[in-house]
Design a binder for this molecule. Structure first.
Ligand code: ATP
Ligand code: MG
Length: 255
């Protein structure tokens, strides 16, 4: 199977990019080999998957963006951990706050939007899925992620203006990708009881209907609790209903 590269992107903060990616990764890793690359200086998915917030510069994705000819992504890969033990089939390339400085200073690099794509090519077909977590903006790493992705997953939350952030992102996607841009919108934190909001969102999403995933992720306190203890939900509470949503998302994506 050819490696499928999927990024989670949305300029709006806090819509569930990181949470979705981490839990999708944990689901896919039941049967497939998965690498998660953190491209956000906030380092949130790094924290969930390693329990760690701070790293040596040389251990992070920032080193690769800083010196792409010298530092290979291969050397940055480490196993995802749960209570200090490796999670089977799930690896991570960490990021921390040091990435923000590199994003600012890389502006003059030639072909800077292709750094990640070239690095991922070095992995051959080691992984079935490579998942990219991006920051809530269209900075260098987000553009790199779009360039490298086969599919761009756009989580939206139930906030009334959740679609506002998408247009600049979609413009960037169609600018970077020459071919038909492959993106899908995922409704996150859906509260099934909130009919008014749901109807509003459905109306709003009508324009891009064929781009909205039929699977939605419900709002669940287990998600935030799991985040708080740095664990994917399926390890934190295997019986939680939200795991069914992530499982459906994973099987839809795994095809
Ligand atoms: N399905 C869900 N149910 C309950 N809480 C959720 C759900 N999805 C995400 N959250 C919570 O919403 C908050 C934001 O989620 P997350 O960090 O994944 O968003 P993000 O888009 O990655 O944010 P940023 O733009 O800052 O990177 C977190 O506190 C998370 O625990
Ligand atoms: Mg995030």
């Amino acid at each position: 199977m050819k490696t499928k590269v999927i990024s989670a992107a949305n300029q709006k903060g806090g819509v569930g990019k990181t949470t979705t990616l981490v839990n999708l990764g944990a689901e896919l890793a039941r049967k497939r080999k998965v690498l998660v690359v953190d491209l956000d200086p906030q380092g949130n998915c790094t924290k969930t998957l390693t329990g760690q917030r701070h790293f040596q510069f040389e251990e992070t994705v920032a080193a690769m963006f800083d010196k792409p000819k010298v530092v290979s992504i291969v050397d940055l890969i480490r196993p995802a951990l749960l209570d200090g033990e490796p999670i089977q089939n799930l690896d991570v390339v960490p990021a921390d706050f040091q990435l923000s400085r590199i994003i600012e200073t890389s502006l003059t690099k030639i072909n800077r939007e292709r750094i990640l794509e070239k690095q991922l090519a070095k992995l051959g077909e080691t992984y079935d899925f490579i998942l990219l977590d991006t920051p809530p903006n269209l900075s260098l790493t987000t553009l790199n992620a779009i360039q490298a992705s086969d599919l761009i997953l756009i989580p939206v939350d139930s906030g009334a203006f959740s679609l506002d952030g998408i247009n600049p992102l979609l413009e960037a996607v169609s600018e970077i990708k020459d071919d038909e841009a492959n993106y899908l919108i995922l409704r996150n934190e859906v509260d099934v009881r909130n009919a008014v909001i749901n109807e509003f969102i459905e109306d709003e999403l009508e324009i891009t209907k064929d781009k909205v995933l039929s699977v939605t992720i419900r709002r669940s306190e287990h998600v935030s609790q799991a985040n708080a203890v740095s664990a994917p939900v399926r390890f934190y509470k295997s019986g939680s209903l939200v795991n069914n949503d992530y499982r459906k998302l994973a099987s839809l994506i795994a095809g």
